[in-house]
Design a protein around this ligand. Structure first.
Ligand code: S3P
Length: 450
């Protein structure tokens, strides 16, 4: 699924004048993946507006086509999906190339687990290192079989071949790790499984799968217990009805212009149509606690998800020590939060972030290494990082930053470059195309120099 050129694309980002203007970010990646998968399982035509046309989502589209769905795109950017019905997925003729996308891989394993077909998953060097046992283990319990490659700590990795079970056995599973991907994989497997699939989630994670499954007509119930544990039940052998979906802007992409506007003195930026689902909005809360001015206007609901426009004004920030319990609500935003901390007044301590070590790169190590390379004092911890802020003084800068095929590392250090004395060079901007193909033009629209 890799569509980039064969050679790395380095780029230097330098100190920016005040950023200003109004921008929109591309569609939410998590919602885009789910909209293609569920539409492909509904009988009839679904329509998706605002789909993220990044490489990760296109990998999902390609996989759903390979398993029988008809997926087309109008010239005006609206996507049309003719689904095959729950249980109707076809045997893919070749291996499914997942590129860089962990979400595509893990959710599709769930879908396939309860279908009578065999599929092979391959991916790029980053994805091929990521642990898959977190999904293969529960999905084995419903009857699916997996043969993978040996990874670190005995974990199964790609390339991997799986054989689904039909009929599958319904699962009752308590998530051992706070992961929306694992939760979603199990729920998607439950769609074509007789009986009731139950997932217990002690720490809440993004709930797009639950919202969208209900929207497509699945019989799904969420009970929230007194201690916050969520118990999700899904009645299997579901029949999904085609939908018209409008995908809101991705808060994980909005995070980059948001932090840029807070850090570059004199900036004021509007980011329109940003998803504000509470399971995703942790960065906004954190930045506000640090002293950031972020105003939400025009709050509304789009496609069953809360959405608003953000007015972000440059602000002096203070260091923070966020409670690890809120990690899932901003799990993908830590790299850019570390950049905000590097420019804040005082020390920030981030802990409880073991999960960051198994993202597109080991985000604790990659960020620690990059921050040091641009002159920031950091201490890497097993489960987090301690960052000494510059108190609003330009960061020295430097590089090239090793982005390790990780889009969010590239974009985070691009933001750092906008508040650096000598500029920050990123070794390779190509991974940005996985989630935010318009990142560079968007920064340039706001007046950034790159
Ligand atoms: C995602 C869940 C998160 C997140 C990823 C997208 C999803 O992963 O990091 O970018 O769409 O469900 P985990 O479930 O591994 O935390």
């Amino acid at each position: 699924m890799t569509q980039h050129s064969d050679t790395p694309t380095p780029r230097t980002f330098t100190a920016a004048p005040a950023l200003s203007g109004s921008v929109t970010v591309p569609g939410d990646k998590s919602i885009s993946h789910r909209s293609l998968m569920l539409s492909a399982l509904a009988i009839g035509e679904s329509r998706v507006e605002g789909l993220l046309e990044g490489e990760d989502v296109l990998a999902t589209a390609e996989a759903m086509r390979a398993m029988g769905a008809t997926i087309t795109r109008d010239d005006d950017g609206v996507w049309h999906i003719h689904g095959v019905g729950v249980g109707g997925l076809l045997q893919p003729e070749t291996a499914l190339d997942m590129g860089n996308s962990g979400t595509s891989t893990r959710l599709l394993m769930g879908l396939i687990a309860s279908h009578d077909l065999t599929a092979t998953f391959t991916g790029d060097a980053s994805l091929s290192k990521r642990p898959m046992a977190r999904v293969t283990e529960p999905l084995s319990r419903i009857g699916a079989r997996f043969t993978g490659s040996p990874g670190a700590n005995g974990n199964m990795t790609l390339p991997l071949t799986m054989k689904g079970a039909c009929p599958a056995v319904p699962l009752d599973y308590t998530l051992p790790v706070a992961s929306a991907q694992v939760k979603s994989a199990i729920l998607l497997a439950g769609l074509n499984t007789p009986g009731i699939t139950r997932v217990v989630e002690p720490i809440p994670t993004r709930d797009h799968s639950e919202r969208m499954l209900k929207g497509f007509g699945a019989d799904l119930n969420v009970e929230v217990q007194a201690d916050g544990t969520r118990v999700i039940t899904l009645v299997g052998e579901a029949e999904l009805k085609p939908q018209n979906i409008v995908v809101p802007g991705d808060p994980s992409s909005a995070a980059f212009p948001m932090v840029a506007a807070l850090l570059v003195p004199g900036s004021q930026v509007t980011i329109a149509n940003v998803g504000l689902n509470g399971t995703r909005a942790g960065l906004i809360d954190l930045l506000r606690e640090m002293g950031g001015s972020i105003e939400v206007v025009n709050a509304r609901e789009v496609g069953g998800e809360p959405v608003g426009d953000l007015i972000v004004t440059a602000s002096a920030l203070n260091g923070v020590e966020p409670d690890p319990a809120r990690a899932p609500s901003m799990i993908d935003e830590y790299p850019v939060a570390f950049i905000a901390a590097a420019f804040a007044e005082g020390r920030s301590v981030f802990r409880g972030l073991e999960e960051l070590r198994v993202k597109e790169s080991d985000r604790i190590a990659t960020m620690a290494q990059g921050l040091r390379a641009i002159g920031v004092t950091v201490e890497e911890l097993e489960d987090g990082i301690v960052i000494e802020g510059s108190g609003g003084k330009l960061l020295p800068g430097g590089g090239p930053i090793a982005t390790k095929l990780d889009h969010r590392i590239a974009m985070s250090f691009a933001v750092a470059g906008l508040v650096s004395e000598h500029g920050v060079t990123i070794d390779d901007m190509r991974p940005v195309a996985t989630s935010f193909p318009t990142f560079l033009p968007l920064l340039q629209t706001l007046g950034a120099v790159a």
